[in-house]
Design a protein around this ligand. Structure first.
Ligand code: GEM
Ligand code: CA
Ligand code: CA
Ligand code: ZN
Length: 423
């Protein structure tokens, strides 16, 4: 089997090189107490392989981007990173940063902290979909792809002319909020819903897309986690779903639980308490099962109707394409021509939003992620977008709600590019 390995050169063109800001862990600095969960900048992980070694220590990788690899690590994990020859600078106590960012407790128990009310809670997200459907009944249809572990419905909205009819038109899927704390992505999906409903009939580009395609939007793949993250009006920094594990810990990382090459390549953890825990078996998370079953159901007459997909995450400002499980560009399941198309469309989208394009393994290896499954299982042109900001520790996941409109509209051009390539 011929494979072509990505050449990770030293050229300026190498993206997402993790040269990380050197803010310098100064040996011998005045001894600050080392926090149980410290936010660290890391220096020295210069290749995807070295970055993968960082993830394998079980640290919570917040963001990866030229000049910045930000992790949350325990003292022993920090020692393990130093033992790999990496240098760390402690940016703060993660729990304290969460408390500070949480601001005042919100007016309502299950609302975002004071000042961030512009973000949608689960109930507000459901209501927004219902409002869009009521206002535009001819071009929308709201349904469900299943339920979360705690029993919350996972809604999907279809946007197309004659929405009640399954027409022979290319289908496009947008999924969001797979990771609980990545609330800006829920707003990204709701912006897509708003743009392609309220713009219908007045915006020629929107109208053309809605008439020619069938657009599916899942604003939250992880409603339990999203609600837990803001419970009590403070931020928890939560990532995974809320499914209990045998060891008493909670959560499976949905982006390591998809069935294609699940657990194949040391790109996820077998430790239930880890932030990238793959789960006890492929698609063991009900939320992952719901997404897989929905996409499987779009095979009509032997042909997958969904042609293109974006899964939105935060943060780092990246456009990523499969495969994540291997550094190889060409391998079983990916020809050179197919890889070149992923890169060409990915680079076009990145040119429109100012993100950095790369193969996802160029960041670090992941196995069981949604994009590998969408392409590996169904040959869907599937991307991972890491949204704003490019870095920033605690504010990386919790940008103020004033950032919602500029950072969601920033992706309008990329969304249109994906739609035009869905054929
Ligand atoms: C990433 S998103 C997936 C990126 N793929 C690879 N191979 N790096 C994750 O799931 O860890 C970060 C995020 O969760 O936003
Ligand atoms: Ca239609
Ligand atoms: Ca169809
Ligand atoms: Zn994520």
């Amino acid at each position: 089997m011929l494979t072509t390995r990505r050449v990770l050169g030293a050229s300026a063109g190498v993206t997402a090189a993790v040269l990380v800001l050197v803010t310098g862990w100064q040996a011998g600095a005045a001894e600050e107490p080392v926090p149980d969960q410290g936010l660290y900048q890391v220096r020295g992980a210069d290749t995807a392989g070295e970055r993968a070694d960082v993830t394998r220590t079980g640290v919570d990788v917040l963001g990866v981007r030229d000049g910045a690899m930000e992790v949350v690590a325990s003292p022993s994990q920090a020692s393990a990173l130093r033992a790999q020859g990496l240098s760390l600078s402690l940016e703060g106590d993660w729990a304290a940063l969460l408390d500070q960012r949480g601001g005042g407790v919100s007016a309502r128990a299950a609302d975002f902290p004071a000042g961030d009310e512009g973000y949608h809670t689960y109930d507000e997200m459901v209501a927004a979909l219902q409002a869009a459907a009521s206002a535009h009944p001819d071009i929308t249809a709201v349904s469900s792809i299943g339920s979360s572990y705690e029993g919350r419905d996972i809604p999907v909205i279809k946007i197309s002319d004659n929405a009640a009819t399954d027409e022979d038109e290319p289908e496009v899927l947008f999924t969001c909020n797979m990771h609980a704390r990545e609330h800006l992505t829920t707003e990204m999906c709701l912006h897509i819903v708003d743009r392609f409903t309220s713009g219908y009939g007045s915006d020629a580009g929107v109208t053309g897309s809605v008439d020619a395609k069938e657009i599916w939007v899942v604003p939250s793949q992880n409603p339990d986690g999203a609600e837990f993250d803001i419970a009590g009006g403070e931020y928890a920094g939560w990532r995974k779903n809320r499914q209990p594990n045998d060891d008493g810990s909670v959560g499976t990382d949905q982006n390591r639980n998809f069935s294609y090459n699940w657990g194949c390549c040391d790109g996820s953890s077998t430790s239930p308490s880890a932030e990238d825990y793959r789960g006890p078996s492929a698609a063991s998370a009900p939320e992952v099962r719901a997404v897989q079953d929905f996409v499987d159901s779009r095979v009509v007459g032997g042909a997958q109707q969904i042609k293109a997909h974006i899964d939105f995450h935060t943060f780092s400002e990246l456009v990523l394409w499969p495969f994540g499980f291997t550094y190889d560009t060409v391998t079983e399941g990916m020809t050179q021509e197919e890889y070149d198309r992923f890169r060409s469309v990915g680079e076009e989208m990145a040119a429109s939003n100012g993100y950095t394009p790369d193969q996802s393994s160029g960041l670090y290896i992941t196995d069981g992620d949604i994009n590998d499954w969408m392409w590996g299982q169904h040959k869907v042109l599937s991307y991972c977008f890491e949204m704003y900001p490019s870095g920033g520790g605690i504010d990386g996941f919790y940008p103020p709600d004033e950032d919602i409109v500029p950072q969601t509209t920033r992706n309008d051009g990329a969304v249109d590019t994906l739609l035009s390539n869905a054929t």
